[in-house]
Design a protein around this ligand. Structure first.
Ligand code: ATP
Ligand code: MG
Length: 321
């Protein structure tokens, strides 16, 4: 099987229709002009396809892609050697771009704007700045934290895309495609049930598919069906909304230890025993999306829906909100 799990062409990328539609236009127009693609920024929660789209753009444009992450670019010389090595039209993909060190970011400004690289030459008394001309290239940045990118850097991206969570139907299509790549036999119903529980995220859908495969294979099932999938979710402690033990622990902490909030992130993180980043980037976005919690200036609070979910009886004297 030579089909890879990561779609390589825009046509194989499922969902994100408006992004695909506009990318098609920009890719065709760039190719038509023999030009370099505009600097592009993808932002959105983990596992939605930012890296995949960056790679697809390079495939569609037939250019090379060099990849790094914001925090790993420590020295200006590291950045300089990458930029000098880029050919015309190449893509330099920077993941976690919100974590670029400040000194790197400042060098990147002029590199992005006029493809010029100021470097310090000579030593001590003879030190002076020389400006190198670079081949025109494209920066593709990806981040889960749009708000942490400094405005001057943000403004240098001509194209900015926000990736949205996927529908259960779209995730079903991704699961069916990936099952084929992995050689897993699964029917549409089971794929949809996984899609429904994947919290809108392809990466979670793929992980769930593998776990459902594990559960179903010990039952010796030929083709995974809806009943097999439901049995697997029970074993995995994943409910019909895709909530897992960690999500429930989070909401329980809010309800039982903090009387439903408002409570600050650090207190919840301590109580749940997870770091702040995991809570903010993995747990909360989905709980916010399905209206189980709210973020207020004073902290997080649980909603009536969450109380209903847990069948939580509250003391009538205690107010939760
Ligand atoms: N639209 C899609 N169609 C098919 N597969 C997808 C799609 N989006 C993502 N995937 C798959 O989901 C997985 C995660 O995607 P990817 O690594 O691109 O996410 P990301 O947004 O870069 O995540 P992170 O923020 O963690 O870097 C990959 O295996 C990828 O192939
Ligand atoms: Mg990525």
């Amino acid at each position: 099987m030579n089909k890879s799990i990561r779609p390589k062409k825009l046509d194989d990328f499922i969902g994100q229709d408006s992004i695909k539609k506009s990318l098609r236009v920009f890719i065709a127009s760039t190719k038509g002009r023999g030009d370099t693609f505009d600097h592009t920024l993808f932002y959105g929660p983990p596992g939605l396809g930012k890296t995949t789209l960056a790679k697809i753009i390079s495939e569609e444009l037939n250019v090379s892609l060099k990849q790094t992450t914001g925090p790993s670019l420590e020295k200006v010389s590291d950045l300089a050697s990458i930029l000098i090595g880029l050919s015309k039209g190449d893509i330099f993909f920077i993941d976690e771009i919100h974590r670029l060190p400040k000194i790197i970011e400042e060098v990147l400004y002029s590199a992005m704007e006029d493809f010029k690289l100021p470097i310090l030459a000579g030593s001590k008394r003879s030190a002076h700045t020389i400006v190198l001309d670079l081949n025109p290239f494209t920066i593709i940045g990806a981040t889960t934290r749009f708000g942490l990118i400094s405005p001057p850097l943000r403004d240098r991206f001509g194209i900015v895309y926000h990736l949205e969570p996927y529908s259960a139907e779209e995730l079903k299509m991704i699961i069916l495609r990936d099952a084929e790549v992995f050689g897993i036999k699964i029917n549409e119903e089971a794929s949809y049930l996984i899609g429904e529980r994947a919290r809108g995220v392809p990466r979670i859908a793929i992980q769930l598919l593998k776990r459902v495969r594990d559960y179903s294979s010990i039952n010796g099932q030929e083709i995974i069906n809806g009943k097999d999938a439901l049995n697997s979710f029970e074993g995995l402690h994943i409910d019909q909304y895709g909530l897992n033990d960690l999500d429930r622990k989070y909401i329980r902490a809010l309800l039982e230890k903090f009387k439903g909030g408002p409570i600050g992130i650090e207190a919840i993180a301590n109580s749940v025993g997870e770091d702040r980043g995991t809570i903010e980037e993995i747990i909360e976005p989905y709980l916010l999306k399905i209206n189980l919690i709210l973020r207020t200036p004073k902290g997080r609070i649980v909603t009536k829906l969450a109380k209903k979910y847990f069948n939580f009886e509250i003391d009538s004297k205690e107010s939760l909100f």
